[in-house]
Design a protein around this ligand. Structure first.
Ligand code: CTP
Ligand code: CA
Length: 225
């Protein structure tokens, strides 16, 4: 078993991980989405399951295999991801890695929108999606540990610190997406907690997942009576 060569130090912990993009339909053939390969979220789910955690991976559409010993729940929209997350509470930890679409079309057209000669292009009216990370951070059944990610293209540390406070999560991993190509194998983050900022070196998404799993395991180790 893959668990046997590792310390099963997360055994008995129930952990929710969101990953991938969400997809918001406009009409039967079109959608709005976010760039996301799902690689980082899947690597985290895999690392946690390998240490014995009961991992529920709520995933938007990605072309990746389900990691061993992980329960995967497929969703399309932010609303579906939100509902699936709430349906899985209570959990010990929630790790929100998904690139959730901030907006959706306010009405989904039942039929394909057609071009109409020389009329102007249609305009899209958008409404905001629920914030899953903020909701989990303030839930009545709040997980003991709530972790978010932040993708920024400028003012990385300032924006990320503000985001951690605004969302109410415990930890936030911030990456500069203008430096790291989407879908790449490497990642580099600032690790923000209530007690400060640690810049982590550039590493593979697998190594980053191991690093985070170490932090999560020691969080629960210290929390234990
Ligand atoms: N997130 C979420 N639900 C949303 C939007 C974001 O759970 N509707 C989570 C992401 O999974 C990530 C974190 O919130 O863990 C930060 O996402 P990000 O897009 O960086 O932050 P936003 O608050 O949406 O701010 P903005 O996109 O304006 O920078
Ligand atoms: Ca966003």
């Amino acid at each position: 078993d893959i668990i046997s060569h590792k310390q099963a130090d997360l055994k008995g912990r129930r952990i929710l991980v969101t990953a991938g993009p969400t997809v918001e339909p406009i009409d039967p053939v079109r959608f709005i989405s976010n760039r996301s390969s799902g690689l980082q979220g899947y690597a985290i789910a895999e690392a946690l399951a390998a240490r014995g955690a009961e991992v529920h991976l709520i995933s938007g559409p990605v072309s990746l295999p389900t990691p061993p010993h992980v329960t995967r729940i497929n969703v399309q929209t932010a609303q579906e991801m939100y509902e699936a997350c709430l349906a899985h509470l209570p959990v010990d930890a929630a790790i929100c890695v998904a690139a959730v679409s901030d907006w959706r079309a306010d009405t989904i057209q039942a039929h394909k929108i057609k071009k109409k000669g020389d009329e102007a292009a249609p305009t899209l009216s958008l409404v905001e999606n629920p914030d899953i990370l903020a909701t989990l951070s303030h839930a009545e059944q709040r997980p003991a540990l709530v972790v978010g990610f932040a993708a920024e293209t400028t003012h990385l540390q300032d924006y990320a610190q503000q985001k951690r406070q605004k969302k109410g999560c415990d930890w936030l991993l911030a990456n500069d997406v203008s430096k790291h190509q989407f879908g790449g194998a490497e990642n580099q983050v600032l690790f923000l907690t209530g007690s400060g900022v640690e810049p982590w070196p550039e590493m593979s998404k697998q190594d980053l997942a191991q690093h985070l799993a170490d932090k999560i395991a020691s969080f629960f180790h210290q929390e234990a009576p």
